[in-house]
Ligand binder design. Structure first.
Ligand code: ATP
Length: 321
């Protein structure tokens, strides 16, 4: 994470405040506010119809909000604000490429739209092909690509002009696992390289793996935001530790009850179940308690609550309904 993320007064790459947008009587989003710092990857996590695409379209200046405002690198985004929009790379849900052109030709075409020319254009096309892992397929026509490769190229096209903010709308939907992995790797690298990324998904594993912070959106409202740890702490979810063990389990359980942060201890035939805050940090003490009570531990499993649990807690519904 860059220094700018740490400094409170740094200019945010993206600042969205009070965004509201209606379609007729339907309120698609209401009073949505969040920011993305330089080098930060922010995930908007929510089920279908929650308002993710609407938020993104407003952020990119493709849809005017009924209320609220957006700035990118301090510049207001509005329908006519080309200076702000030039700092955004937008990857829509639908792939938009020329199937009968090669990947290189597609990138050259989009690069020219972004006003890149000559050597700069040629260099940038090669850099982007490397970045998205398609350098060895650059001269193949796009119609021969898998769905995932097309998505990667689509992301590449949005990076040619070196945007400060990359906005991706569910980039892994309908993509094979290998390409999904490649897409996530490329995005993780962009964040590391200092680019701000706004990422929408309804896959909580992606949000957990990629995003520094997550905003949970449901029925057009941002219901919570923070790091995974913060969100989990906010809803009061605890870790579960399961030990498979033999020996004097009653004594062992008693010793575990005395460890700070362990809130519940249950024993079964040859296992002990613990409920703890910050379970991983308690492990050393738990294993020491096993040694002291002559308990032999065969396996230990720590289950940390995930964003699915947070979502369920906050909204009362499962994410994948
Ligand atoms: N152009 C439109 N006209 C009417 N209603 C719309 C329009 N665009 C979005 N909506 C409504 O606004 C709400 C939010 O939709 P949005 O597409 O932003 O959700 P989403 O979270 O991106 O879902 P998905 O993952 O399915 O795209 C939905 O109820 C949707 O039906």
């Amino acid at each position: 994470m860059s220094q700018a993320v740490m400094t409170e007064k740094a200019v945010m790459t993206l600042e969205a405040s009070g965004l509201t947008r209606r379609f007729g009587d339907r309120v698609a989003i209401e009073d949505v506010s969040f920011h993305v710092a330089p080098g930060e990857t922010y995930g908007l996590l929510g089920p279908n119809g929650a308002g993710k695409t609407t938020t993104i379209r407003v952020v990119c200046g493709l849809l005017a909000p009924d209320a609220g405002e957006v700035t990118v690198a301090g510049l207001p985004v509005a329908a006519t604000a080309t200076e702000a929009k030039a700092r955004i790379g937008y990857v829509p849900q639908e792939v938009s490429l020329y199937p009968d052109l090669t990947a290189r030709e597609n990138l050259r075409f989009f690069g020219r739209l972004y006003r890149l020319r000559g050597q700069e254009l040629r260099d940038r096309v090669e850099e982007v092909l490397e970045l998205i892992g398609l350098a060895d397929r650059g001269d193949d026509r796009v119609e021969s690509y898998s769905g995932g490769m097309k998505r990667r190229l689509n992301i590449g096209a949005s990076l040619l002009h070196r945007p400060e903010l990359l906005v991706l709308d569910e980039p892994t939907v309908g993509v094979d696992p290998q390409s999904r992995h490649a897409i996530m790797e490329s995005i993780a690298n962009l964040g590391t390289a200092g680019m701000a990324v706004l990422y929408t998904t309804h896959y909580m594993e992606e949000a957990e793996r990629l995003c520094d912070r997550v905003g949970v959106i449901d029925h057009g409202h941002l219901v919570a935001e923070g790091t995974r740890r913060e969100l989990v702490a906010r809803v009061g979810e605890k870790d579960r530790i399961t030990l498979s063990a033999t020996g004097s389990l009653a004594l062992f359980a008693e010793a575990c009850r005395r460890i700070e942060g362990i809130e519940q201890v249950d024993t079964a035939d040859s296992s002990v179940h613990l409920i703890a805050t910050d379970g991983r940090r308690r492990l050393a003490q738990v294993l020491a308690a096993a040694t002291v009570t002559d308990t032999s531990v065969r396996s230990v499993e720590v289950e940390e609550p995930d964003l699915e649990a947070v979502f369920l807690h906050l909204t009362g519904t499962a994410l994948r309904e």
